[in-house]
Design a protein around this ligand. Structure first.
Ligand code: AP5
Length: 211
């Protein structure tokens, strides 16, 4: 199955994709993680996009589209994949449609207030990308990754100014994709909030994909 996870920053795309990749046996491709890995490894791409990610803006379409085109042509994507964070603009969606046919687009719907609560409490393992929340999804030992024991970090773009900018960018550039994919009959809506556990949201996601 080839699916896209759509939704505002902090909607839980990465958290649910981590569960869905095991359940469906397909790779989880997060464009945000791909960019962050390049930044961590100080590649030419990483140096080019570092300040863009820090401010919460979007990386130019041409760079992002080529990165995704290369990634989904790898052999592990032959049976399907979960695209998390791509497409984010109409131009990216048009490019994806030329690359392949998508089976479903899961739209995670959440209020801006809850997004801010989520992002300000998010912590991440720098090497594995595993995601936590200090209240809603805490690690077993405060500040440490459950498996590697590494110190958890806060993403640069989870600071107040960058969160605000990311939400504005989402509204102007990414939200129009809900109509784009609704018109193509691909949208599966999943309404989420901070009272639902990630496991519950994953159950709703499976139902939306089956229904
Ligand atoms: P990216 O990494 O994709 O960031 P994002 O879309 O803003 O999404 P997030 O990773 O912030 O949130 P999420 O929805 O995955 O939520 P999560 O599961 O972590 O992109 C980063 C940057 O890269 C962009 O700003 C841009 O610069 C660049 N970029 C990436 N893709 C691009 C593209 N296509 N084009 C151009 N530029 C691009 O959950 C959030 C928090 O909530 C966590 O703490 C989690 O523990 C908690 N949580 C999750 N589920 C629940 C629940 N059910 N209840 C309570 N808390 C929960």
């Amino acid at each position: 199955m080839k699916m896209v996870f759509l939704g505002p920053p902090g909607a839980g795309k990465g958290t649910i994709a981590a569960k869905a990749k095991d359940y469906y046996g397909i790779p989880h491709i997060s464009t945000g993680d791909l960019f962050r890995n390049n930044i961590k490894n100080e590649t030419p791409l990483g140096l080019q996009v570092k300040s863009i990610l820090g401010s919460g803006g979007l990386v130019p379409d041409s760079i992002t589209i080529e990165m995704v085109r290369n990634r989904i042509s790898e052999s592990d994507c032959a049976k399907g994949f979960i695209l998390d964070g791509f497409p984010r603009t109409i131009a990216q969606a048009d490019a994806l449609a030329e690359m392949t046919d998508i089976d479903a687009v899961v739209n995670f719907d959440i209020s801006s207030e809850e997004v801010i609560e989520r992002l300000s409490g998010r912590r991440m393992c720098p090497s594995t990308g595993r995601i936590y929340h200090i209240v809603f999804n805490p690690p077993k030992v405060a500040g440490k990754d459950d498996e590697t024991g590494e110190d958890l970090i806060q993403r640069d773009d989870d600071k107040e100014d960058a969160i605000k900018h990311r939400l504005e960018v989402y509204t102007s550039q990414t939200q129009p994709l809900i109509d784009y994919y609704t018109e193509r009959g691909l949208i599966r809506n999943v309404k989420t909030n901070n009272r639902l556990q990630p496991e519950d949201v994953f159950e709703l996601t499976k139902k939306a994909l089956n229904g």
